[in-house]
Design a protein around this ligand. Sequence first.
Ligand code: F6R
Length: 242
Amino acid sequence: MVVQIFDNAKLVSRACATLIAAQVIQKPDSVLGLATGSSPLETYRKLIKMHDKGLVDFSAVKSFNLDEYIGIPKDNPCSYHQFMKDNLFQYVEFAQTHIPDGNVSSLEEEGLRYDRLIEAVGGIDLQLLGIGHNGHIGFNEPDEKFSSGTQVVHLAESTIQANRRFFDSEKDVPSMAISMGIGTIMSAKKIVLIAMGEDKAEAIKGTVEGEITPWLPASILQLHNNVTLLCDRGAASKLSGK
Ligand code: F6R
C-alpha cells in the first residue's frame, strides 16, 4: 500500500482528483468505481473544474457506485442516486453511470446483476473509497467474515449515527443498504482510499498497520497489490511509521 500524507483535506482531494483525471486521460474509456459521503465531495468539485476547463473528458467513462440505501426512492434528497446527480453527474457527462438499485423486488438478483455488469465491462480500473469510523468500505460493516459480491447489508449502529447528519431525523436514516462486497472491491485493478480528519485515525491505523480481519473490513486492502491511501495529518495521526 502506498501511503501519502498531506497537510490538509483540500490537498488530499486535489491529489485524488489528479489520480482520477490521470486514469481517464490514460484510458478514456476507463471504468471508475465511485463513492458517496463527505470524503469525495471536494474531489468531485475539482474533477468538475478540470472537466469545465477541457482538461479531462469523461464521455467514454463508465461508472459504478459502491452502494445505495434500501427503502428510500431514488429521487429522495438523501439517496445516493440523488447525491451523485447533485455532486457530479449533472455537471459531467459519462458514457454510463450505474448505482445499485435499492428498490427492486429481488435485491439478491440485483446484487448478482450488478457484479455481472461490472465483469461484462471488463472490471473496475480505479475504485475510489472512503472509510467509516469502524473501518467499513462500501457499506461492508465489521463482521465474522469478509463478504464477496454485491449484497444486502445491515448498517452498524455507528454508521447510522454517522449518516444521521444527512437526514432530518434519526428515524429517517435507513438501516439497510445494497453494497458492493469486499470481493467486488478487491477485484478492482487500482484502489484509491481517501481519509480526512482525526476521527478516522483509528480506522486508518487498523487499515495500514493492523491485523487483517473482517472486524476491520478495510484491513483487507493490505492484500491488494495496487492501493494508494491519501490522507491528511489528522487521519494519519495514529500511524506509527509517519
Ligand atoms: C460511501 C461509502 C462509505 C463512506 C464512508 C465514509 O459510498 O461507501 O463507505 O465512504 O462511510 O463516509 P464519509 O466520507 O461521509 O465520512
